[in-house]
Design a protein around this ligand. Structure first.
Ligand code: ATP
Length: 368
């Protein structure tokens, strides 16, 4: 059982009908959400959707306009930020420039009045965890961006909070370092057993690090699920489109046993999707098809879902190639193939006439 599937497991964090208004603008709209101990939970969504506001309410820097937030079963309404079992690591990590790495990490513990022995053990543990042993005496300006990031992380973990909030923690790092640091974060999260809640607008980052992802839009949660569920079974065009690449075809449904036939463009045969949904006749719907689920071939395939078109563009990315294929209807479909075979299959080129095909289970049927 994952904790969120276990009815006996109590959530660490509970948002109950939480609304946050700034003047007459609703930033968070009647939101319910449970997050469990040891989760690495990602809040994902476009700029302005309310991610940071949600986080700031957890930390106690903002108060909900209505509803309640519980941590460990306790209502946080009357609890100030410094008395919550929460620490926040900020996007622009504010390290003390005049203090060494060691002193930066020790800062919060000293302020709490911990004894010297405890502080020394704890700081040494944190430096080992974040691989900073060699840099104990350096000042922040003598470190690389990635190393500074690790100091900020060590500092925010030093007081062993139950919950660590990370707001775009890797935003300042370049792509390669960012990807490496994602794995370090996962490792550190697992070793400390701290619950992490991360805010990001980078869908790949959310998918990489998170146990579960919440996709937000305009102050609401659109879908909350594990990364693979979000990718394989998005609940809306919004989520399908936000996470990864997708082809969206608009059409009208008719049920045929456990299949749905989707009529979509004049003069084309209906497309077929396997689904547990039951749609009424002529109900407006979408088919969402991931590019990597589409096979490109020279000869006509023997499947119900097949379309002929002409290659417009090819994007070569080394391990994969992306093809833009124009159909006689004018639609452009994206298909992707992996380039793993040593002996190249026939590779396609511009203006080639090709067939696109996919199985009944590859298309995701979404209601409009
Ligand atoms: P980003 O990815 O750009 O940081 P976000 O999803 O974190 O965006 P929030 O910072 O939570 O978004 O803001 C949500 C909405 O609430 C935005 O439209 C923002 O303008 C508004 N907002 C946030 N704080 C305030 C405030 N103090 N006063 C008025 N409006 C605010």
């Amino acid at each position: 059982f994952a904790p969120w599937e276990n009815p006996d497991e109590k959530p660490l964090i509970q948002f109950r009908n939480v609304t946050k208004r700034f003047g007459d603008f609703t930033a968070i709209d009647n939101l319910d959400l449970d997050i469990y101990t040891r989760e690495f939970f990602a809040l994902l969504g476009p700029s302005g959707c309310g991610k940071t506001t949600l986080m700031r309410m957890l930390a106690g820097f903002e108060t909900p306009s209505s509803g309640s937030i519980l941590i460990g079963g306790q209502d946080m309404a009357e609890i100030p930020p410094n008395r919550r079992p929460v620490n926040m690591m900020f996007q622009s990590y504010a390290l003390f420039p005049h203090l060494s790495v060691w002193d930066n990490i020790a800062f919060g513990l000293k302020r709490e009045g911990k004894d010297r022995g405890t502080i020394e053990t704890r700081v040494a543990d944190m430096m080992r965890l974040t691989r900073l042993e060699k840099f104990a005496r350096r000042k922040p300006h003598q470190l690389s961006g990635g190393q500074r990031q690790r100091v900020a992380l060590a500092r925010s973990l030093a007081k062993a909070p139950k919950l660590l909030l990370l707001d775009e923690p890797l935003g300042a790092l370049d792509k390669k370092l960012r990807e490496e640091t994602q794995f370090e974060l996962m490792d550190i999260q697992e070793k400390t057993g701290t619950t992490f809640v991360i805010v990001t607008h980078d869908q790949e980052e959310a998918m990489t690090v998170a146990s579960r992802v919440a996709v937000m839009d305009e102050g609401k949660l659109v879908q909350v699920a594990t990364p693979d569920r979000i990718y394989e079974t998005p609940n809306s065009v919004y989520v399908a489109d936000f996470i990864g690449d997708v082809n969206i075809i608009e059409g009208r449904a008719s049920q045929s046993g456990d299949r749905v036939l989707v009529s979509w463009a004049e003069g084309t045969t209906p497309l077929v999707a396997a689904t547990e949904k039951h749609l009424s006749k002529d109900q407006a719907c979408y088919l969402a098809i991931r590019p990597e689920k589409i096979t490109i071939s020279e000869t006509e395939p023997d499947t119900a879902n097949r379309l002929q078109g002409e290659i417009l563009d090819i994007g070569y990315l080394g391990n994969i190639s992306t093809y833009h294929v124009k159909l006689p209807t004018g639609h452009v479909i994206k298909a992707q193939s992996t380039n793993t075979r040593r002996i190249a299959r026939r590779s396609f080129t511009w203006e080639d006439k090709v067939w696109l095909s996919w199985t009944d289970t590859a298309a995701i049927l979404l209601e409009r």
